[in-house]
Design a protein around this ligand. Structure first.
Ligand SMILES: CC(C)(COP(=O)(O)OP(=O)(O)OC[C@H]1O[C@@H](n2cnc3c(N)ncnc32)[C@H](O)[C@@H]1OP(=O)(O)O)[C@@H](O)C(=O)NCCC(=O)NCCS
Length: 313
């Protein structure tokens, strides 16, 4: 049967969404978010989702290529969110998707290529994609733990640390700059090997993560210490049952007082009250404080996600 690889079109979205959800069951993926991202590309980046179709035009493969152009540094490309239908995993479709993504990235100027693959059950077919990455010359670079929490198992509310106050992101809707500053400063210390473009400007942040349709302004919280904003705990959600962490961060001078752990615990309890059942998160394997917080909350390891890298020849 002839397999064709081509750029994803907006008309593909209704067929791509269930396919992606089946292959990445712990990701929060909504049609609105996919359409929004297609209409609002990340600044300094070019996003090219590719689909593979079989002879009947059905979706049997997907991958997303993201080229990032950091100021003053070489562009780099990432291939991720790959999915290959089970019946095609024994053939060369996974390799063809990775090659097609690499070609589009290199054509646009990428000097370094990265890809990421998670173990089952985080990513269906992960072991096959791992072999393909190694066969195509990638080397392992870093590992994240992908964790899941059944919210019915969340422990009871803890005692609040002294001086703590919580506010929802929604309360900052008129002026989100304090949330931006907390995100910018705490993100500086997040472990990880992948170079970014540097933290985005306030305008890009408002038009990006703040306005992103998955960002849940009611579940996400700012925590204050004696009236001063000290950190954030942020979530994306499908507004029904599933949520995933996008960032938890405490300003350096407020760390080690139990603030982030408490705020995250309250955010998850509130989510459960609103009917949410599942939470997921991903932590760099070296992020001991965040892994400690999540272990205490009852998150369990679902699988590891490996990041791979290779230079462009
Ligand atoms: C991770 C982070 C949010 C923690 O904030 P915090 O307000 O200090 O967190 P808390 O005080 O609530 O809890 C920290 C936990 O880490 C533990 N911890 C701290 N350093 C640790 C270490 N080196 N090894 C193991 N555990 C450690 C503490 O004992 C505590 O666990 P406990 O509550 O079970 O005792 C903060 O370090 C941060 O902003 N880091 C940079 C941004 C980041 O990496 N965010 C996570 C992105 S996924």
């Amino acid at each position: 049967m002839t397999l064709q690889i081509r750029p994803m079109e907006t008309e593909d979205v209704p067929a791509v969404l269930p396919f992606l959800r089946a292959h990445h069951p712990y990701r929060v993926l909504t049609e609105k978010a996919v359409r929004w991202r297609m209409a609002n590309p990340t600044p300094h980046s070019t996003d090219l989702p590719l689909v593979a179709t079989d002879g009947d035009g059905g979706i049997v493969g997907f991958t997303r290529s993201l080229l990032t152009r950091p100021e003053g540094r070489d562009p780099h490309g990432l291939t991720f969110l790959t999915a290959v239908a089970e019946r095609y995993r024994g053939g060369d479709l996974a390799a063809r998707l990775l090659t097609a993504s690499e070609e589009s990235l290199v054509e646009r100027g990428a000097r370094t290529l990265r890809t990421e693959v998670a173990e089952e059950p985080v990513q269906a077919g992960g072991p096959v994609l791992h072999e393909v990455a190694l066969d195509q010359g990638y080397a392992e670079e870093e590992t994240h733990h992908i964790l899941g929490l059944d919210l019915s198992l969340l422990p009871p509310a803890p005692e609040p640390p002294a001086g703590v106050e919580l506010r929802t992101f929604r309360e900052y809707a008129d002026d989100p700059r304090p949330v931006y500053e907390l995100d910018r400063l705490a993100s500086e210390d997040e472990p990880g090997a992948v170079p970014s473009v540097g933290f985005m400007t306030f305008e890009d942040w408002v038009n990006g993560p703040w306005n992103h349709p998955l960002t849940d302004l009611d579940l996400s919280l700012v925590f204050l210490h004696e009236g001063t904003p000290a950190g954030i705990t942020c979530y994306g959600s499908d507004r029904r049952s599933r949520m995933e962490s996008s960032m938890t961060g405490t300003l350096r001078e407020y760390r080690g007082r139990g603030l982030a752990g408490y705020a995250k615990h309250v955010a998850l309890l509130r989510a459960r009250e609103q009917g949410f059942t599942h939470a997921a998160t991903g932590n760099h394997e070296n992020n001991a404080p965040m892994l400690a917080i999540n272990a205490r909350l009852g998150y369990a390891l679902l699988g590891k996600e490996t990041g791979y890298v290779k230079p462009v020849a």
